[in-house]
Design a protein around this ligand. Structure first.
Ligand SMILES: Nc1ncnc2c1ncn2[C@@H]1O[C@H](COP(=O)(O)OP(=O)(O)O)[C@@H](O)[C@H]1O
Ligand SMILES: [Mg+2]
Length: 344
């Protein structure tokens, strides 16, 4: 549905040229919720703004719903943009217009009659749960309600694609969850393709189907969300996953922790499990069968892309060959096992 082909973007600034995007190719399939995650300054906003040509790439091709946007005339681009809704971190509502009139704006600009506007807006108000707020002004709304208005406004022209630029970054965790649920509902009920950018792994964890990591204007990793959590490939991806699973070994062992093996040290394993393995007592079985002891350093269960996943950090005590047997046992039972260090 959205295709970036070899996109680069260079900004000319007072301090010289800034390469914000460096040869990015990404494909967002129809019906997908696609997350792009990265630290501040990675190029996320620039990338998402290329999807509707709010920002024109210096090089490359942007295709949305089969159209090569850079080849369109300005009139054709205006029409094409009706297929592309967008919401922002700070909502961008007009303070002097009511909820109803804010949502009506794109329809009025498209020259729709008052009756056509009303018949579009009423179901949208219901969809976003703001039926009783249609005559309120933005200043009378909470952050979550403002973002609901912005979502309804973005949906008014019945787009095929919704772009979300840090849409929940100004909201508290509970409100974030309710907005993410709304986006997931819209994705399911309307079949809307969603491209979102975020610096929060929790957003990716709860609603995205696929994810790409952006670093210094480049895509350094791309995967379906489950595989991404199960086996992140780059150090940055590992960092994002660790943050999402709140990984932080207990303080009193962290000073004993080392990266390299030394005689007498015990290996520290990072174990990730998903699906059936979550409900199997594999750790106690491994302990019994392989004659080792597990010391749990950290444990966390998360729902990732609708599936339960477990993240466990343990050190294993026992004879060296027993320790190896235990690792092999866990791997044989489809657990993802990685030695992340050693403790003495
Ligand atoms: N209009 C601009 N002019 C000059 N530099 C810009 C402009 N917009 C963004 N940049 C630079 O491009 C890089 C990527 O910015 P941005 O896409 O906003 O990152 P992110 O959204 O990931 O924080 C940054 O180094 C930023 O300073
Ligand atoms: Mg940004």
């Amino acid at each position: 549905m959205i295709e970036f082909k070899n996109i680069s973007k260079i900004f000319q600034s007072a301090g010289g040229p800034v390469k914000a995007l460096d040869d990015i190719s990404l494909h967002v399939p129809e019906g997908c919720i696609y997350g792009v995650i990265g630290s501040s300054g990675a190029g996320k906003s620039t990338l998402i703004r290329c999807a509707n040509l709010l920002e024109s790439p210096t090089e490359g091709e942007v295709r949305v719903a089969g159209q090569d946007l850079m080849k369109l005339s300005s009139a054709q681009l205006r029409t094409a943009r009706r297929d592309i809704g967008m919401i922002f971190q700070h909502f961008n509502l007009l303070a002097g217009r009511t909820v109803y009139d804010n949502i009506a704006l794109p329809l009025e600009l498209a020259g729709k009659s008052a009756a056509a506007v009303e018949s579009t807006i009423l179901p949208l108000l219901k969809l976003v749960g703001l039926k009783d707020k249609q005559d309120s002004y933005p200043s009378q709304l909470s952050g979550g309600q403002k973002q609901r208005v912005a979502i309804a406004r973005a949906l008014a022209s019945q787009p095929k694609v919704l772009l979300c630029d840090e849409a929940t970054s100004a909201l508290d965790p509970q409100t974030t969850a309710s907005i993410l649920n709304l986006l997931r509902d819209i994705n399911k009920t309307l079949g809307l393709t969603i491209l979102l950018i975020t610096h929060e792994m929790d957003v990716v964890k709860s609603i995205c189907d696929r994810v790409a990591i952006l670093s210094q204007g480049q895509v350094i990793e791309e995967n379906d969300v489950e595989s991404f959590f199960l086996s992140p490939q780059t150090e940055l991806a590992r960092e994002f996953v660790r943050a999402a699973i709140h990984e932080k070994p207990a303080a009193d062992i962290s000073h004993q922790f080392r990266q390299e093996y030394e005689a007498g040290c015990r290996p520290v394993l990072h174990i990730t499990f998903v699906g059936q393995t979550v409900v199997q007592p594999l750790i106690t079985q491994a302990a019994r069968i392989c004659e080792v002891d597990f010391n749990i350093l950290q444990a966390d269960i998360e729902t990732v892309h609708g599936k339960t996943m477990g993240f466990l950090m343990v050190d294993i005590e026992g004879e060296e060959r027993h320790v190896q047997d235990a690792q092999a046992f866990l791997q044989k039972h489809n657990l993802q096992v990685e030695v992340v260090g050693y403790v003495s």
